[in-house]
Design a protein around this ligand. Structure first.
Ligand SMILES: Nc1ncnc2c1ncn2[C@@H]1O[C@H](COP(=O)(O)OP(=O)(O)OP(=O)(O)O)[C@@H](O)[C@H]1O
Ligand SMILES: [Mg+2]
Length: 499
């Protein structure tokens, strides 16, 4: 064994208080050169808070930080960057109207002798970094026009291009598909070989065994322990994280499909969809798998009236419908949990209660208020059902942890009584324990006669929770399988267009 004089970072007795919340209480963490150290814990356990202290976003209440043996105070994000610490935040931190290349080099733009940003140079350097990641993105496009996964890759490229010694990734893969995750892991392995130390946060336990060297578990702001990955099992980790019995991983209740509620025929959009045919019955979960750009989200957007349908018909409860706006979709009983929770789902400055009870879907419409008591009750119920970690229902949503914010979005939809629900990546960023609660809610909804279209990049989730599975490739349905006949391999082949 090495002596570990290669310890690049040591954090001891870290405490962080927020009004009404002790987010971290006597937490320890250390990091070795060239390792991937995973931070694990339930939603709200304190993972993001710990790395935000390192990145200079938060000041700790008390504790000690040593960088390569020297006691260090990290004053602000700029200082952290100077110290060689680079972070990819859980919430995107990109400037939407700037191009991908500009975002990657933001604050360090290559300045031309004329005093202008050397666009040509940043474009070619941005391409170089992204090529290294194996991604093709037009870096001249505004980041706001890119998909979530592509934005995530821009975040990764930005951090990689900063020549960091310590690279922090807070749920970097939550928006990525299987294939892109492989690309990212290849990049991480390369960085490790170069001696970069990586702090890695993810709720996907499989990833931790694939990419991690050590793991530190936090529970409720407290330090549970640090282990070599080879020395712990998945179930031991889960027990340490949640400190309670966990029920079956996928508590799927077999559906008794009722009548057809939705039929899509030859649906095409100008941009992506090509002759999509699907049907959906009451009480069933239709899983939709596919790679990034395969058209999964576009299908949802077309159904919800966000993207214009070029050709094809949509039949709802037996009658032909044209859906030209989200409002019309809602009136038809369609609900849509978008993949991009941050910009479409929540109003950050409002309380948890107000967000759950907002009667309108999009943040741009006006909102009235219902009776206060019923509101509070609905909010309390959601906190219980989904185990939302918050000091009270009046906490501003921006102060909740990432995963708990997502639970609030889900609660919003559960408060409404849509019977055709489209869930785009419903458990992204949700911890293992709470995932089960979301699956159980899906069971409740289908038992009540709702039909669910579940778009997911997690194949185990697709396999574990669907009654039928449609796989998209290149804007088309590349294959449709009954739950029993599909395997990861079959789905991947269809997704890759291999027949
Ligand atoms: N700015 C803030 N103001 C008040 N409370 C906060 C703030 N930031 C975090 N918290 C609270 O601190 C606790 C830890 O949050 P943190 O974001 O670190 O959790 P996490 O482990 O990253 O969870 P997740 O898996 O959901 O991302 C939570 O209870 C959260 O509500
Ligand atoms: Mg977090």
């Amino acid at each position: 064994m090495t002596e570990h004089n290669d310890i690049v970072l040591k954090m001891e007795h870290i405490r962080k208080e927020f009004p009404g919340v002790v987010a971290l209480d006597d937490v320890h963490f250390d990091l070795r050169r060239g390792e991937v150290h995973v931070l694990l814990g339930e939603n709200g356990a304190g993972k993001s808070t710990l790395v935000k202290i390192l990145s200079g976003a938060y000041r700790m209440t008390s504790g000690e930080i040593r960088l390569s043996g020297d006691q260090t105070d990290i004053h602000n994000p700029h200082h952290a960057q100077e110290l060689g610490i680079s972070i990819i935040y859980q919430e995107f931190n990109l400037v939407p109207h700037l191009s991908a290349a500009e975002n990657i080099f933001l604050g360090r733009e290559r300045i031309h002798t004329t005093g202008l940003i050397d666009q040509k140079r940043i474009v070619s350097e941005a391409h170089r970094v992204l090529d290294g990641l194996g991604v093709k993105i037009d870096v001249r496009r505004a980041v706001g026009d890119l998909g979530v996964a592509q934005q995530q890759m821009v975040e990764v490229a930005k951090a990689l291009s900063q020549d960091a010694r310590i690279l922090i990734m807070d749920e970097p893969t939550s928006a990525l598909t299987e294939y892109e995750i492989k690309e990212l892991f290849a990049a991480i392995r390369q960085l490790k070989a170069e001696g970069v130390a990586v702090i890695y946060i993810s709720h996907r336990l499989e990833e931790l065994f694939e990419i991690g060297d050590r793991v530190t578990v936090l529970r409720d702001g407290k330090y549970v322990g640090t282990y070599d990955i080879g020395d712990v099992s998945k179930s031991e980790l889960i027990t340490m994280m949640v400190d309670r019995e966990l029920k079956e991983h996928f508590p799927k209740v077999k559906a008794k499909p009722g009548e057809e509620v939705l039929r899509i025929e030859n649906l095409s959009t100008k941009e992506v969809l090509r002759n999509v045919n699907l049907s959906l019955r009451r009480g069933e979960v239709l899983g939709v798998a596919g790679l990034l750009g395969s058209g999964r989200t576009e299908l949802a957007r077309a159904l919800f009236g966000i993207d214009r349908v070029d050709r094809g018909t949509i039949t709802i409860r037996g009658g032909p419908r044209s859906i030209r706006s989200p409002r019309q979709a809602i009136n038809q009983g369609i609900g849509f949990l978008t993949e991009d929770r941050k910009s479409q789902g929540l109003i950050m400055v409002l309380s948890l209660k107000d967000n759950i009870c907002l009667p309108s879907v999009d943040q741009f419409s006006r909102f009235g208020f219902m009776n206060g008591k019923a509101e509070a009750q609905a909010a309390e119920q959601s906190i219980q059902d989904l185990r939302i970690k918050t000091p009270s229902i009046s906490q501003q949503v921006m102060n909740l942890s990432g995963g708990n914010q997502q639970k609030v979005v889900i609660s919003k939809w559960l408060c409404r009584h849509a019977d055709i629900l489209i869930f785009d990546e419903p458990t992204r960023g949700i911890d293992v324990g709470s995932k089960v609660e979301i699956y159980q809610l899906m069971n409740k909804l289908t038992a009540r006669g709702a039909a669910i279209i579940m778009i997911s990049s997690e194949l185990p989730e697709i396999l574990g929770m669907s009654d039928r599975i449609a796989v998209m490739n290149n804007g088309r349905i590349a294959g449709e399988f009954a739950a029993g006949e599909a395997t990861q391999e079959i789905i991947l082949q269809a997704a890759l267009g291999v027949t």
